[in-house]
Ligand binder design. Sequence first.
Ligand code: HEC
Length: 191
Amino acid sequence: MANESKFYPYARIVTGVAIAAVLLILLSNLQGFFVRPEDDPEWTPPAGTEQVVQEVGQEQQAAKGPGAELYARHCAACHQSNGKGLPKVYPPLAGSELLQGDPVHSIAIVLYGFRGKIRRNGQEYDGVMTPFGNQLSDEEIAQILTYVRNSWGNSADSVTPEMVAQVREMTKGRTQPMTEEDLMQLQPVSQ
Ligand code: HEC
């Protein structure tokens, strides 16, 4: 009896610890540790997942199109991938009225470059944009402009390679970058 009462407190502690340990194992999903990988049933995606993933991918591709890639490569360094440009250095294409107007202006800018003082959104710009007429085809310029005219909230008709060819033809022989004045003298390109 004397022995029992002597060890009784320890027995209580040991029992308490044992119960706590069992609870801990149950609560913390420790049994997962004892499951071998081959016991797990192989995970299979729910039916149709593959197809949905594919369709979403195609839609995103269609929304971006080849123009998006060309834009990233040739224009985004200055006008930025969000089309916002850099204040006082590179004008924004997002919201640009000139860009969403008759395509003749933006086609001529991409073909020959653009320079001179301009005012956009209350900011003055006096930079020089490089020409792309010699390194991009009519098709590529049409794709880029169709993309920028319909991105970042912009909305305007597609530009066709035929329009680009038409502007090349009407400005043949030109070597200098466009100025805002030059642009205003160009005939609109017919749809
Ligand atoms: C080296 C930097 C640079 C690159 C690359 C560049 N631009 Fe520009 N872009 C400019 C600058 C600078 C201006 C404004 C020129 C000025 O101040 O007169 C401009 C102006 C424009 C404008 C007129 C915007 C407006 O509202 O007046 C359009 C449209 C445009 N760029 C389209 C493009 C496209 C499309 C590409 C790619 C093919 C491109 N730019 C590549 C620097 C660049």
